[in-house]
Write a protein that binds this ligand. Structure first.
Ligand code: ATP
Ligand code: MN
Length: 462
């Protein structure tokens, strides 16, 4: 017999009064004064649980007496009749005909995920069991739907997915903060040896941008989507050592063109989540006291406000956050500045553009003023920067000047410079940190809770 998912049942895809088979895990169990036992089960297809009504009298004629001993967390297979519920809080329930325990909970008293509420910090110690909680379940479904919607948006807009390498010798973002993967560890003659494998220093990638620029200069519209590794020693609520980044690269495009793509994409994603993960969002709304649905709807209705870097500095001067006497070219926005702008001043997502060249990597296109670059960051309330992008320097003379200024090695970038020698085109792109976007959409405050097995300094358990 086909297994029905709880999601299909709650979406009215299964006929009332039909016999269904459902498999899942117990969330709660209650005895009634009458001869009934109520068991709520979940199967991960949605946030809802399905109530199973067990008639204890029926059990007497059945060898299935063991069912009375189940505890939360046990896995079950249930066959029964689907009926509409008289209880206003749930639309459906199942009258049990046959029930089997698939897996018991060993020592129920010490089961770490018993139904009482745990803090997010506590749950991090049980990264292998925490997906069983409602909150991590909701985050996981939304995370998956966001990935799907991004691929979908890019596919229908004719972008090609390019797999950029994870092992690389280049550091896109300038020096430092990379994980080395120099050595091969082998077992030879019962002895472990370490050998320089590639014959030069290589690292786990911090960005796939340079690689996809090569593909954008042939396929026009491309993206890469994969894990990114950064050895930055920042113990914050918004940094991971391993995270996921979407990078999009568009040929024949300037800064305004690429900002338009980002905005369209963000709206597509948020619209998709509002439509397909409404119940997951409502769960956060109820449990985190955050008006998430409304926040997302407002986002859909307006365009993101854009300001120049120079104007952002002016706002900070006017509000006495930074000293009047500083030149905007000499002040690098720090986290506190960003927080003031986005959380206190604008109170909504903002785009800051045209940054001083000294605060940005070598590949960004120099503006006419020769002091700023055609770059933008998008900052979101409570999360900070989620997206960073720029127009890339397509003119070899300017690119070489920057490589020299920053003391980078010309040999390392010879293939990248070739792209400017042979049929160069203006092109632009951006990088979006997936976990930070998930934080914004769900309202979850710590990045460690929106990725399955977080890696941070001194922490690579599980
Ligand atoms: P931040 O200033 O917040 O450290 P960044 O300037 O280093 O960010 P980029 O190098 O521009 O970020 O990377 C692009 C995007 O990747 C960022 O906008 C952010 O969403 C995400 N990101 C960067 N570093 C991390 C990290 N350590 N963990 C999770 N996401 C990150
Ligand atoms: Mn950083």
């Amino acid at each position: 017999m086909k297994i029905s998912s709880i999601k299909d049942i709650f979406e009215n895809k299964i006929l009332i009064d039909s016999i269904v088979k459902v498999k899942g895990w117990i969330k709660n169990k209650r005895n009634s004064k009458s001869n009934l036992l109520f068991i709520d089960i979940y199967d991960g297809s949605c946030v809802n649980t399905l109530q199973i009504i067990v008639n204890k009298k029926l059990l007497k004629n059945n060898i299935n007496h063991e069912i009375l001993k189940v505890t939360s967390g046990c896995s079950l297979s249930v066959k029964g009749k689907l009926v509409s519920s008289l209880n206003v809080n749930q639309k459906f329930e199942v009258y049990m005909h046959k029930i089997n325990v698939i897996g018991w909970i060993n020592k129920p008293n010490s089961y770490p995920m018993s139904s009482k509420k745990h803090s997010m910090e506590h749950l991090r110690n049980f990264a292998h069991l925490r997906p069983r909680t409602n909150i991590i379940g909701c985050i996981s479904r939304i995370r998956s739907a966001i990935f799907y919607s991004i691929h979908n948006f890019l596919y229908i807009n004719n972008y090609h997915w390019v797999s950029s390498p994870i092992i690389t010798s280049l550091n896109t973002e300038g020096a430092g903060d990379m994980f080395s993967v120099k050595y091969a560890k082998n077992l030879e003659n019962n002895k472990i040896t370490y050998k320089d494998f590639f014959g030069k220093e290589v690292f786990l990638t911090v960005s796939g941008q340079l690689s996809i620029e090569a593909y954008a200069c042939a396929l026009s519209k491309v993206y890469t989507f994969g894990p990114i590794f950064r050895a930055e020693n920042s113990n914050t609520t918004r940094h991971l050592s391993e995270f996921w980044m979407l990078e999009v690269e568009l040929a024949f495009a300037d800064l305004d063109n690429i900002i338009e793509v980002v905005e369209k994409m963000l709206k597509y994603i948020i619209n998709f989540i509002l439509k397909n993960n409404k119940n997951d969002l409502l769960f956060f709304e109820k449990n985190l006291n955050d008006n998430i649905v409304n926040k997302l709807k407002i986002f859909l209705e307006s365009n993101i406000c854009q300001i120049n870097y120079q104007d952002a500095i002016e706002i900070l001067k006017d509000n006495k956050i930074i000293n009047r006497n500083y030149m905007f070219l000499d002040v690098e926005l720090n986290l506190d500045h960003e927080k003031f702008l986005v959380d206190k001043y604008f109170k909504k997502p903002i785009i800051i553009k045209n940054y001083p060249k000294d605060f940005k990597p070598f590949y960004m296109r120099i503006n006419k003023d020769k002091k700023t670059v055609s770059a933008f960051d998008i900052l979101f309330p409570n999360v900070g920067e989620i997206i960073g992008g720029s127009q890339r320097e397509e003119r070899i003379l300017y690119l070489d000047k920057r490589i020299k200024e920053l003391n980078l090695n010309f040999n390392d970038y010879s293939w990248y410079r070739d792209l400017r020698f042979y049929g160069t085109v203006p092109h632009s792109g951006f990088g979006l940190g997936l976990e930070r976007l998930i934080m914004y959409i769900t309202g979850i405050k710590n990045i460690k809770d929106v990725i399955p097995f977080p890696r941070t300094p001194k922490n690579a358990n599980f």
